[in-house]
Design a protein around this ligand. Structure first.
Ligand code: MV4
Length: 491
């Protein structure tokens, strides 16, 4: 097992990984940018090093300086978290070349899955169902027209180097095709440095259901159930749950087997997620995410498996202790991503200083967060405040708990999407498990938010009474920091 791991990330996920390390007796090294000098992840670690200015391109994406810190501190492995360098094959390769273990898949598996045309080919060969579409690259309009006529409009043009919805364009009519190919190529070229496109049949109002897989270096590959992530906005997931309301035990077995097949087809190692799109009773492979995902906690609390520890053990060459028959699922879990953003202003980020903060607790609640009272959410990074996870014996109890926890959450100083989450939890279709990627528009969720904010204001005075002490703490810390800056100036 490793003695020391560097965590090439920030915020809640950096802390999440360090927590696993601490439980395993592994020392931790944090890296931080100039904007994160006071960030909790830098304080939580056993050692922390400044790697550059605030912009991610000069700090959390700076491969050379991160590898430098790993070498200097004799860290034997690097955990990339999610985002930043997590799916960067060049980074994985740089680690491999320096003899530092990258806690994730091989750069080769990452590259194969990163190329969506290649991934489609691999899945087709492994007889995993893919969305009807082109076998390879689309380079001219004539070929595109032929394929579109064959599968029928609407179709969707996607960037082969894309993923997560960027460089994706729906085409409903033949007349638009030529023009949209050109514009999508341009987008793909500027976003990914690669203009290669492919075509798929466009599936309207689908559900997004993904399977978590774990694969060790000895050839054992298992799935640890699905997560449904249909409630999203502009490809940004907002609410995830497990089990999916539409996945029966029989379906889980069937699609889970396909997920394992997908991972085996690229000799996948470590934790990964196989994304499926579900439409009109059918599942299709969409893409594979070669990283730990934001929503991993809902899998953890319903299976009892610590996915980060499993990642570390796999990277250290250990064999999976859990076989496919030992994977259980207990009850139901939902995650709400609590973001500093304004759902009434097109979900615009709302960075700034958190002046009051009290997170919920009690039965069935887990919070993963990298903030605290007095912390400033930086405009440079993702404005996530926390992941609020609720567990219950069944979906009903879980929704009730999530609702209760949301009413306990106190955050001042920044606008949050908590009222949005309350609107969803109280929506009838949501409660019935009727989800789709168009859920927010279809259910007109945004229109329900003002009334929720009004009702929350009415409770405000009560909450202030409860959190009187917290306000005092803010006053003290403000006084201390102004005193400290006076002392510094005097020096
Ligand atoms: C699709 C689709 C409909 N038809 N492909 C968006 C992100 C990327 N992973 C693929 N995505 C989609 N691909 C076909 N052929 C609809 C989406 C899609 C979507 C997928 C998953 C989760 C949320 C989504 C939101 C809008 C569109």
């Amino acid at each position: 097992m490793f003695n020391k791991i560097l965590i090439a990330n920030r915020g809640e996920i950096a802390i999440r990984v360090m927590r696993a390390c601490r439980e395993m007796g592994i020392a931790t090294v944090a890296v931080f940018s100039e904007a994160d000098k006071n960030a909790l992840h830098a304080k939580y670690a056993d050692e922390a090093y400044l790697i550059g200015p605030a912009p991610a391109s000069q700090s959390y994406l700076n491969i050379d300086s991160i590898i430098d810190v790993a070498e200097k501190t004799k860290a034997e492995a690097i955990h990339p978290g999610y985002g930043f360098l997590a799916e960067n094959a060049n980074f994985a390769r740089a680690c491999e070349e320096q003899g530092i273990k990258f806690i994730g898949p091989s750069s080769r598996a990452m590259e194969k899955m990163g190329n969506k045309i290649e991934a489609r080919k691999i899945m087709k060969k492994a007889s995993v169902p893919i969305v009807p579409g082109s076998d390879g690259e689309i380079d001219d309009a004539d070929k595109a027209v032929d394929i579109a006529e064959e599968i029928g409009y609407p179709i969707v043009l996607k960037a082969s180097a894309g993923g997560g919805g960027i460089g994706m364009k729906v085409v409903s009519r033949r007349e638009e095709l030529e023009h949209v190919i050109e514009s999508t190529q341009a987008v793909a070229k500027s976003a990914f440095g690669d203009a290669t496109l492919f075509i798929e049949k466009y599936l309207a109002k689908p559900r997004h259901i993904e399977f978590q897989v774990l694969a060790d270096s000895k050839g054992n590959t298992i799935h640890v159930n699905e997560r449904e992530c249909s409630i999203q906005r502009r490809h940004q997931k907002l609410i995830e749950e497990t089990p999916s309301p539409i996945v029966t035990e029989q379906l889980r077995k069937k699609i889970g087997t396909l997920a394992v097949k997908s991972a085996r087809a690229v000799k996948y190692e470590n934790a990964g997620t196989v994304e499926f799109i579900y439409s009109k009773g059918k599942f299709y492979f969409l893409e594979m995410n070669t990283r730990l995902q934001v929503e991993h906690p809902i899998t953890e609390i319903t299976t009892g498996i610590d996915l980060v520890k499993e990642q570390i053990k796999i990277a250290a060459g250990e064999e999976l202790e859990i076989g496919p028959k030992e994977v259980k699922h207990f009850g139901h879990a939902i995650e709400c991503r609590i973001n500093a953003e304004d759902p009434l202003n097109d979900f615009a980020p709302s960075p700034g200083k958190i002046t009051r903060y009290r997170s919920p607790g009690g039965p069935g609640i887990r919070i993963d967060s990298g903030v605290r009272m007095g912390y400033t959410i930086s405009p440079y990074y993702d404005p996530m405040i926390s992941k609020l996870v609720a567990w219950g014996r069944n979906r009903r109890e879980t929704i009730a708990r999530m609702n209760r926890a949301l009413t306990e959450y106190i955050i001042s100083g920044v606008t949050t999407n908590i009222p949005f989450h309350k609107a969803v939890m109280n929506d009838e279709a949501f409660q019935q498990g009727e989800l789709s990627t168009d859920f927010i528009e279809e259910r007109n969720i945004i229109a329900k938010i003002p009334a929720i904010i009004e009702a929350d204001k009415a409770r405000e005075s009560k909450l202030q009474e409860i959190f009187r002490d917290d306000k005092r703490i803010v006053a003290i810390s403000a006084a201390v920091s102004s005193y400290m800056s006076m002392v510094k100036k005097a020096e």
